[in-house]
Design a protein around this ligand. Sequence first.
Ligand code: SAM
Length: 282
Amino acid sequence: TDSDTADEAVRATCDDASTCKRFATSKGYWTDLYAQYFVRQIGERKAPEINRGYYGRVRGMNLLIDAFLKKTQCYCQVVNLGAGLDTTFWRLKDENIMPKKFFEVDFPMIVARKIHHIKTKPPLSKPLIETHSTDSLLLDGHSLDSDRYCIIGADLRDLPALEEKLKKFQINPELPTLFLSECVLVYMTPEKSSKLLNWVADTFPTAMFINYEQKERFLSAGWESVNALDMMTVYSMLPWEDVARIERLEFLDEKELLHQLLQHYCICWAVKDKLSLGEASI
Ligand code: SAM
């Protein structure tokens, strides 16, 4: 049907994101020891402004993620919505800043692919086994559940099913919870994405939601405070030594294109702070 074709196109964006990240890391924009296990080939060259755009995106998201983990002293959960082949869990494990549990959600087809990579590549599976102490490791084609990491196949537009699956994998609504959506809500209708944001606000009294997207998208329904920075601003706030370093990696003739690209996107973050952790100051 038409909607199956549309969903297939949305799933394909997962490969766009991971191949662009793989390429940028191969050039040295940032370090990701795990991207290579999800995308084997470095693939075609990407334009320097694309690489710089991804650099700002990844660095910006990581700064906010790390600030939340610090604020909660890792006494929290992370839920990555539309996670695709994201490698954040492994980074947090290596940096010793793991939340109590890290959840990922994506379409079952993407989840099956990710699980296959994890199953067959020891550098990916080892950290899961190391952080798992009970004898209940669940690993089948459609889901993976360990003490500290789980992947759930679900459609983010079907909230009752999503809620049921998160419960089944022991999500705790009382724990401070960080939601991530990196280029995901834009693929849903505004009605569906606002239902999702409302559901999160209603269900998790102490939470932060980080969304990377075009400016117009974020709807603040039910959230106490919302911040947004366009990527031009984020880029200018990143540590200047590192920005200077990556700007030397590849020559960029047309600065105008990069500026247009950065102005087009933003990072928004919204908080609800029932436990008064001071999340609003992040
Ligand atoms: N967040 C990852 C990143 O930035 O590297 C992947 C981004 S990719 C552009 C968008 C992801 O959202 C895809 O993996 C896609 O399958 C997922 N997605 C979009 N709509 C979804 C939905 N309704 N339910 C579950 N996953 C969805």
